[in-house]
Design a protein around this ligand. Structure first.
Ligand code: SAM
Length: 503
């Protein structure tokens, strides 16, 4: 029941449970408890963020600025200007004056967005987009426009990075550095998903229409690049059918020390005839003149997810977010003889047969994790709790230890899962820490080491907490004792009250 998986997919609803090469099931007792795997996400180091974004050259940047100026998005009075930022590619910098917290720093009208709506209403490609997922529609649109010398978005497309640092784009040699990690499993899941979509698109749209689509623009690599661009440059609220690349607004970089989660991108409308939509960027914190305006890409994202989505990890000691994590996959086994009852109980309490729990370094175990583990392990003499009579109260009972057998099964399954997952990493934490202290690693290698170290930290912490729990089994109070106490048959020291034996 404990396992490692990849992360949920992008933009679309296709869930993939991942694909970590190592997937293990441990059966405890009568086959109730199976350890499946665990998925990790992050780590912390001692320097600043580690990745670089490729950048447009200066003349491309000048022509992009001119394009925005002609369309009234940038002017001499704009409070930000796009410019190169050390090790982060392009960024937005406060221009001419400081910027106050919450101030609107730019507004980009909808007609400049490369959006799903624009693709669907495009005279040439629109008819082909009807049955495509939003992100596939936008990837198609981006590659189509990229191949058009006179595209209205030419200046924008030219400043997009040609290569991306997400592990989705790493060589086999680089990927070998994240062997054993959940991230590696996620990457193969993403690759598979993107290539499936690509194959379908080629079959249904590109190959049958050579007069419209320049095949050389629609290679597998180009499609993955488009996916990476969408993944790294689109933000809420422009998601799903509203998915859009918003020139200039998408130059905002991630700020490591931002202790906020709220969106910096906002959708606004103004006027009535016609009503115009804008994407507004609001500064989350005050910024001095010449400093960069940044936003928070996701306070709850672990370093694995940051790497996957954006091609960098957060390692600053000043960071407010905890980026070391590992996602534990718990599953009620279909071979469990109480499968039906357990599913009923899980669903009654808002869960399903498989539940993902994000374990974050230095944070409490996620809500519902222990009760769900106890439910999975429930059997033998404790199986009476699965009867219909207890359906409304069983979850309450599972919040606390049920029986010594149940709690021991839970601890052992988690510990086996941890040992299994930890054994899959070729390096130790000390080796990772030594490597990071060298200071001469490439940015991708640093990213890899930070990610595998973070996963291990979260796993080791889990292991330690369940080892402690296992050692304390004799000191825990279980369901039977709680029940007797509730009936007034057990005193505060845990002794049975004498009169029980009298009659
Ligand atoms: C939304 S774009 C921001 C604009 C981008 N810098 C560019 O040159 O086009 C996101 C990308 O910027 C880079 N980036 C953003 N914040 C960063 C940070 N704190 N450290 C390193 N790279 C960052 C990453 O390459 C990321 O994928």
């Amino acid at each position: 029941m404990v396992g490692a998986t990849g992360s949920p997919l992008p933009f679309c609803c296709l869930p993939f449970t991942c694909t970590r090469a190592l997937r293990q099931r441990l059966y405890v007792g009568n086959g109730i408890l199976a350890v499946v795997a665990v998925r990790p996400v992050c780590s912390s180091l001692s320097s600043s963020t580690l990745a670089q974004a490729p950048i447009g050259n200066d003349s491309q940047l000048q022509s992009f600025k001119a394009w925005l100026t002609q369309r009234g998005v940038l002017s001499n009075s704009s409070s930000v200007r796009p410019q190169q930022v050390e090790s982060q590619g392009l960024g937005l910098v406060a221009s001419g004056r400081p910027i106050a917290q919450g101030e609107e720093v730019l507004n980009v009208p909808q007609e400049l967005w490369m959006s799903v709506a624009a693709a669907r209403s495009h005279p040439d490609i629109g008819p082909f987009c009807t049955n495509l997922r939003p992100w596939v529609t936008l990837a198609l649109f981006l590659l189509f426009e990229k191949g058009m010398p006179s595209s209205p978005w030419r200046s924008y497309i030219d400043i997009l990075p040609h290569t991306l640092d997400s592990p989705l784009f790493w060589s086999d040699e680089e990927l070998a550095q994240i062997e054993g990690t959940q991230l590696l499993g996620s990457i193969s899941g993403y690759h598979q998903h993107v290539y499936n979509e690509y194959t379908q698109l080629m079959e249904d749209v590109i190959t049958p229409n050579p007069q419209l689509f320049d095949q050389s623009m629609f290679t597998r690599e180009a499609f993955l690049w488009a996916f990476g661009i969408l993944r790294s440059r689109t933000f809420p609220p422009l998601t799903g059918d509203d998915l859009a690349l918003v020139p200039l607004a998408d130059l905002v970089n991630h700020g490591m020390v931002l202790n906020m989660e709220g969106p910096s991108w906002e959708k606004k409308s103004s006027g009535f005839f016609p009503r115009r939509e804008y994407l507004t960027l609001r500064a989350p914190v005050a910024v001095k003149e010449g400093e960069q305006v940044v936003m928070q890409y996701g306070k709850k994202k672990g370093n694995g997810q940051l790497a996957l989505d954006y091609g960098f990890v957060e390692c600053s000691p000043r960071t407010t977010a905890v980026r070391d994590c590992f996602t534990l996959t718990l599953e009620i086994s279909e071979s469990d003889r109480f499968f039906g009852d357990k599913i009923d109980i899980a669903e009654f309490n808002g869960l399903s047969s498989t539940v993902y729990f994000d374990l974050v370094h230095e944070q409490e175990l996620p809500d519902n994790m222990l009760p769900f583990l106890r439910l999975i392990a429930l059997g033998g003499a404790d199986a009476f709790l699965l009867e219909a009579l207890f359906r409304n109260t069983v979850w309450e009972h599972l919040q606390l230890p049920v029986s010594r057998e149940n709690e021991e099964a839970v601890c052992k399954a988690v510990l086996d899962g941890c040992r299994f997952a930890l054994a899959a990493y070729p390096t130790t934490m000390d080796e990772d820490l030594n490597l990071l202290s060298r200071g001469d690693l490439s940015s991708r290698l640093k990213m890899a080491v930070a990610i595998r170290l973070g996963e291990k930290k979260a796993l080791e912490e889990l292991q330690l907490s369940f080892e402690t729990r296992l050692a304390e089994l004799d000191r825990l109070e279980y369901y039977a004792a709680r029940r007797l106490r509730g009936l007034g048959l057990l005193d505060d020291r845990g002794d049975l009250t004498p009169w029980v034996f009298e009659g």
